[in-house]
Design a binder for this molecule. Structure first.
Ligand code: SAM
Length: 260
């Protein structure tokens, strides 16, 4: 198969380690009524394992130089779209219903957060995701309160998923070698997800964490503070609490008291 020269601007670090590729592909057990979405299949390193699954597969690749390689994977159950994933309307693309939808991908690191936000804002019921991301980003995804990695995005992700780091992947597993270590992270959809407006919740969390060194009170000046104080009192937090000290459950209570 002809090789394509990697473009740094598209985050192209191609994974070459076949053991790791196989492990990523096998990270969820899928059946014939399921769908896997792969974002950034590149030269098909992971795709060649994903097409062996009984499920359907939908791939999004921005780089048309991959056409010759990727179109050879196309079949009745494999669709390949050459476009910027962030510009796609997923609900429109997926014309049929699937029992479970999984995202399994070695995604371009420069748009890790926008990709996940786009997936979540699409409101598709994603049962699980296995993503290869930069290690320091993985730490943020899995962070606990009161640690430096804990931020609005950690809390936002916890709304939907239980998140675990599966294993690290070192630079020599890729061509070209990235400068950083990577990690494979697994997201498993929670059985019970609170019913709330996802994009308002996301904006609220961004406000809570806006100035990390400031207290919650400073970051949420425009709200009815008596409602916030009621909840903080109930859970034993002082008025000087910072967002990074609060758990996901407390953020949900704050959001519901202010917006319901
Ligand atoms: N999956 C391949 C592998 O594991 O070797 C390639 C992974 S590489 C880290 C990321 C891939 O995402 C590249 O093929 C790149 O062209 C593609 N990509 C970058 N930006 C994209 C975007 N906005 N939409 C879709 N694909 C994108």
């Amino acid at each position: 198969m002809a090789e394509v020269k990697a473009k740094k601007s598209l985050g192209q670090n191609f994974l070459k380690d076949e053991n790791i590729l196989q492990k990523i592909a096998d990270s969820f057990k899928v059946n014939a009524n399921d769908l896997i979405i792969e974002i950034g299949p590149g030269m098909g390193a992971l795709t060649k394992y994903l097409i062996q699954k009984p499920s359907s597969l939908f791939c999004y690749e921005i780089d048309e130089r991959m056409k010759d390689i990727l179109l050879s994977f196309k079949s009745e159950k494999v669709e390949i779209i050459f476009d910027d994933f962030l510009r796609r309307d997923l609900q429109k693309d997926l014309k049929q219903d699937f029992e479970h939808i999984y995202v399994i991908a070695n995604i371009p690191y420069y748009i890790t957060t926008p990709i996940i936000e786009h997936l979540l804002e699409s409101a598709m019921p994603i049962s699980g995701m296995t993503l290869l991301v930069q290690k320091e980003v993985a730490l943020r995804f899995c962070a606990s309160p009161k640690t430096k990695d804990y931020g609005y995005f950690t809390v936002f992700l916890q709304h939907f998923f239980e998140i675990h780091k599966l294993f690290d992947v070192f630079p020599n597993a890729f061509v070209p070698k990235p400068k950083v270590t990577s990690s494979v992270v697994q997201f498993v959809r929670k059985e019970k997800i609170y019913d709330l407006d996802v994009s308002s919740f996301c904006s609220f969390l961004k406000q809570c964490f806006q100035y990390k060194r400031k207290t919650l009170r400073n970051n949420l000046q425009q709200y009815d503070w008596s409602k916030i104080q009621n909840i903080l009192d109930k859970y034993g937090f002082s008025l000087n609490v910072r967002a990074e000290e609060l758990s996901y459950e407390i953020f949900v209570l704050l959001f519901k008291s202010l917006f319901n």
